[in-house]
Write a protein that binds this ligand. Structure first.
Ligand code: TRP
Ligand code: SF4
Length: 333
């Protein structure tokens, strides 16, 4: 029996290289060894964007297209949409009953989200009941499949801690060992920063999207910061102070190329503009296959719809098994 993996993303629209390198690449590697469930968390999107639902469906689809393009294989993994698996909402009720208020209130990720929400909208003085329930709902996602492990970015680890606590509490209260204590799986490749050297994010306008064209990618790369102390192109450069461009080289190019860039830069034999032109070409080459696949799915939206429908149906079958066991353990009718 394969161990079970569950993970998800909120439908924030088209994904960027931070998602790809930080999370999706990890999923792609795990899907051979594990039984995987990958969820587009549209209910979680509603916890903060309940009043901005116009593009929600398209955003869900765009996320799935990016996953498929990146190599998530619907023959190996189950791709589904959260709201199409209502069993999770029912499990959320049972978990909510046993989760102390203090556990959700101290959740650091939630505190961050509330802070950001307030800074964006001064009217949002309060957070809604649904947002407070974010970590419980995420626990319900994970426990819907009784997952053993959850591959995520570091920002999600606190949520998984709560999931383990809830699982332990359930087991203790109902005198069972039914729920596994899911472990986070972190990606050890270094995090890619944005074009400005800050964290890469859609709202910071410093990201490169999987779906960007080659032209857009090249243009964005030309705006990446380099060694700021360098005035002329034949000044000796300092790759270690080249905050973005050289870091990208290290992520996308092979060792020999990186060595070469480093030597030429230090010797003042490489201008930054040329360097970034080459870097853009290198990144475009790496993303070529993914982007081709993306265009295929974009042109065949009915195939994406079929994958979502079939995956969600498959997820429900597993979810129903777990839920009926949970109800049985609690002693429901
Ligand atoms: N909270 C996650 C994020 O913002 C998304 C998510 C929802 C998730 N449910 C999950 C991640 C279950 C892992 C497991 O990225
Ligand atoms: Fe960075 Fe390349 Fe310029 Fe050197 S030449 S500082 S590695 S962009």
């Amino acid at each position: 029996m394969k161990q079970i993996i569950m993970s998800g993303m909120r439908p924030t629209g088209k994904l960027h290289l931070g998602h790809y390198l930080g999370v999706i690449q990890n999923w792609v590697q795990l899907q051979d060894q594990y039984e995987c469930y990958f969820e587009v968390a549209d209910w979680h999107a509603l916890t903060t964007k309940y009043d901005q639902t116009k593009d929600l469906k398209q955003d869900v689809k765009d996320v799935v297209i990016d996953w498929l393009a990146s190599g998530i294989d619907p023959e190996k993994s189950t791709i589904y949409v959260q709201s199409l698996v209502p069993e999770t909402a029912e499990l959320n009720i049972y978990l909510g009953m046993i989760t102390p208020q203090a556990w959700v209130e101290k959740d650091p990720t939630l505190k961050d989200m509330a802070r950001i929400l307030r800074s964006k909208d001064s009217n949002a003085q309060q957070i809604n009941y649904g947002l407070l329930g974010y970590p419980v709902l995420m626990s319900a996602d994970i426990l819907t499949f009784n997952a053993h492990a959850v591959p995520v970015g570091v920002d999600q680890v606190a949520h998984i801690e709560i999931t383990r606590d809830i699982a332990k509490r359930f087991n203790h209260l109902y005198n069972t060992d039914f729920f596994n204590e899911a472990k986070p799986i972190l990606n050890h490749c270094s995090l890619i920063c944005g074009l400005d050297g800050q964290k890469m994010g859609k709202s910071f306008h410093n990201d490169i999207k999987i779906s960007d064209t080659e032209e857009v990618t090249s243009k964005k790369i030309m705006s990446a910061i380099t060694d700021k102390s360098r005035l002329r192109k034949d000044d000796p450069g300092h790759p270690e102070d080249c905050e973005v461009a050289f870091k990208y080289w290290k992520i996308f190019a092979d060792e020999e190329t990186v060595k070469n860039v480093e030597c030429e830069c230090k010797a003042g034999k490489r201008g930054c503009a040329d360097c970034k032109r080459q870097l853009g070409a290198c990144i475009n080459e790496k993303l070529k296959e993914i982007r081709e696949k993306r265009r295929y799915y974009e042109a065949n939206p009915q195939e994406v719809d079929r994958i979502i429908a079939e995956g969600s149906q498959k997820a429900r079958i597993k979810a129903q098994e777990v839920l009926s066991e949970v109800k049985n353990i609690i002693g429901m009718y």
